[in-house]
Design a protein around this ligand. Structure first.
Ligand code: MTE
Length: 311
């Protein structure tokens, strides 16, 4: 039997608006209540501290996951397919002398190194929910800047309709790339209006310091209203393109992973439900929210689209 379309964007907007209004008043208090919990080798004292402002407009006031949880339960297939592999193989990612190239349909193609990424932009901390397609979630205090600041620097031409992202390719060092588990390098893409949405972030750190390797050092994308696999790690290239770009999981299994991959409890993955999620560190499950709870900021991007077909 065909599933009925149960979601209603207007209703979702109202609910989320109220939540955000109530939450914002509590954010100041929560910033004090959850100080940094740095207790993991993965984020050792030798890692560089970052200076940043706290962002209150876009942060959730939910309890953040611990640095240990955030750095020991990961998806990063270049470092292995098990959840602990990225932590165990973290040193195999060579992130020194990193260059991020920005090219394609732009007036100002450019290359940035790790220092540029930290120094060229005003960094802020944003506490975002990350919801993975396998129905677990975390709350992470990311540090970074809006992707649109980078887009403004590059000055895309009018015919740049999409942004394409590419991760590191280093089959000599990365254990996952010695096997054909995915068509390497890992690739992702966004529509231009999604890319310039203020929620879309380039992260260079978490919990006050530069990104641990297993979380996508030195530079990754964060798109909090989409399933976690859109948040591509260890990016070496961002290209502005006219056609819809190749995205790794969509290429791998198009019936399971669509281009949009917006978090949507009303559209199940063919092999499991997306209605509920397990917050790492909690017992039991909680209801998954449309657009991961970010409807207020993003539902207008999808007006008129059938989110069951364009999933
Ligand atoms: N980026 C690359 N290059 N390779 C990957 O395997 N996994 C994705 C995404 N980015 C992945 C990636 C998936 S499936 C998820 S859920 C998130 O990273 C996990 O991010 P985290 O490990 O920092 O929580």
């Amino acid at each position: 039997m065909k599933k009925i379309n149960k979601y209603n964007l207007d209703k979702e907007n109202k609910v989320t608006d109220e939540n955000f209004f109530n939450n914002r008043r509590k954010i100041m208090a929560s910033a004090l209540a959850f100080p940094f919990l740095i207790n993991s080798n993965a984020h050792s004292s030798s890692q560089k501290k970052l200076s940043f402002n706290k962002d209150l407009d876009y942060s959730t006031n939910e309890k953040t996951n611990t640095i240990k949880q955030i750095t020991s339960y990961n998806n990063f297939y270049e470092l292995g397919t098990g959840k602990r592999d990225p932590m165990l193989n973290a040193s195999r990612l060579k992130s020194d002398d990193w260059n991020l190239t920005i090219d394609g349909l732009v007036e100002n193609p450019l290359t940035l190194d790790s220092e540029d990424l930290i120094k060229k932009f005003q960094l802020e901390e944003r506490i975002y929910r990350l919801r993975c397609v396998e129905a677990w979630s975390m709350v992470v205090p990311w540090i970074g800047f809006e992707l649109r600041s980078l887009i403004n620097l590059a000055k895309p031409f009018h015919n740049a309709k999409y942004v394409s992202f590419e991760s590191i390719l280093d089959s000599e060092n990365l254990p996952g790339q010695k096997r054909d588990i995915l068509n390497w390098p890992y690739r992702e893409g966004l529509r231009m209006d999604e890319a310039i949405n203020p929620l879309t972030m380039i992260a260079v750190g978490l919990y006050g310091k530069v990104l641990p390797n297993q979380n996508g050092s030195p530079v990754r994308l964060i798109v909090p209203w989409k399933y976690g696999f859109k948040s591509i790690k260890s990016i070496v290239k961002i290209s502005f393109v006219e056609e819809i770009p190749v995205c790794t999981w969509n290429e791998q299994a198009p019936n399971e992973y669509g281009f949009y991959s917006n978090v949507n409890p009303y559209v199940d993955h063919p092999r499991w439900s997306q209605k509920r999620e397990r917050r790492i560190g909690e017992f039991g499950k909680r209801d998954t929210l449309l657009f991961n709870g970010y409807s207020k900021f993003v539902s207008n991007l999808y007006t008129g689209m059938d989110l069951e077909k364009e999933f």
